[in-house]
Design a protein around this ligand. Structure first.
Ligand SMILES: *Cc1c(COP(=O)(O)O)cnc(C)c1O
Length: 344
């Protein structure tokens, strides 16, 4: 087979036939008038699944996080956020540019968490010299790692005791929930109860073509709705897209376990290759350090993989992401190409 094994991201999936059928069958209306039944159904279902009062369909996770930050914070406020968090590093500085909200980045611990002592140390006193610290933003999963529930509880209590609101960038929330075991929707609610708002992506591992939902209180979502309009995110017959996301919410959550198993299979296949260090995956993302001892050789690995029909990202720290459109045979091809290159 000469099909390409695309492990660059879990965003690359194609909608399945059943998902396309759900889109085809979706009743539509003008969502700017609040008239799209499929959008309304997705919003209600996501909020209910995650234990919130309300939800709001967004075209992207970036817009969803931005509207959350704009709803929690005023001009001159500050949010505490991880140095490598999407909401700080990968969203074009939107909160600062569009919201006059100052980020206060915090270095991550090895498990991806933000140390509580650091969070506490960065909360500014009520003094005209400082921005007003208003919000703690966490991400779960972060770099494919699951934040421990006990940590979420502690961080949440700390934030509350200091008068901060709590936002979760849960782009891959359901990967964290599935990794926890048991009923994944219940596990997702367990995570979400430590937050005032959560943004979840449908276009990552869940396999929908487009879309995120921001969940929170009715009041917060009302504000986010106003910001979404201002950001140009008021979409019309968006039910076509919402139907795909709704299908994913109902049918593609539990199957994330298969992606996690394939990540384990990939990691196991790469064990013991000379010059290759595999970080043990917790969910669907495998990082592989190829930085030593031969840097020049390492720099050639991504182009070599591509020549063998396997796509990954990175230079010395490669990233392989498993998803709906790769299977065990695809993972085995990626392993074979790595073994060929690194000489086994
Ligand atoms: C993908 C992602 C987002 C949102 O990205 P969009 O491309 O704007 O949908 C937000 N946070 C994290 C952690 C992500 O991985």
């Amino acid at each position: 087979m000469s099909t390409v094994i695309d492990l660059r991201s879990d965003t690359v999936t194609q909608p399945t036939a059943a998902m396309r059928a759900a889109m085809q069958a979706a009743p539509l209306g003008d969502d700017v008038f609040g008239d799209d039944p499929s959008v309304n159904a997705l919003q209600a279902a996501t909020a209910e699944r995650l234990g919130f009062e309300a939800g709001l369909f967004m075209p992207t996770g970036t817009q969803s996080n931005l509207c959350a930050l704009l709803s929690h914070c005023q001009r001159g406020d500050e949010y505490l956020v991880g140095q490598y968090a999407h909401t700080y590093r990968w969203e074009g500085g939107g909160a600062a540019v569009l919201g006059s909200i100052q980020p206060q980045p915090i270095a991550h611990a090895a498990d991806g968490s933000l140390p509580l002592s650091e969070i506490e140390a960065q909360i500014k006193p009520d003094d005209a010299h400082f921005a007003r610290t208003r919000l703690l933003t966490l991400e779960n999963t972060i770099g494919g790692k699951v934040l421990p529930l006990a940590y979420l509880s502690d961080a949440s209590h700390l934030a509350l005791s200091k008068g901060l609101s709590r936002h979760l960038d849960g782009a891959r929330l359901f990967n964290a929930a599935v990794a926890a075991g048991g009923d994944p929707y219940e596990a997702a609610r367990e995570i979400c109860r430590h937050f005032d708002s959560v943004s979840v992506c449908f276009s990552k591992g869940l396999g929908a073509p487009v879309g995120s939902v921001l969940c929170g209180s009715r009041e917060l979502i009302k504000q986010a709705h106003r910001w979404r309009k201002m950001c140009g995110g008021g979409m019309r017959q968006a039910g076509l897209l919402a139907a795909a996301a709704h299908y994913a919410l109902d049918h593609h959550v539990a199957r994330l376990a298969e992606d996690h198993a394939l990540a384990q299979r990939l990691a196991a296949g790469l064990q013991g290759l000379p010059g290759v260090t595999v970080e043990q995956p917790q969910t669907n993302i495998v990082f592989v350090d190829v930085s030593g001892p031969d840097k020049e050789k390492a720099a050639g690995v991504v182009p070599f993989l591509k020549s063998r029909g396997v796509l990954a990202t990175g230079l010395y720290r490669l990233r392989f992401v498993t998803h709906l459109d790769v299977d065990a045979a695809g993972v085995d091809r990626a392993v074979a190409a790595m073994r060929e290159y690194f000489g086994l």
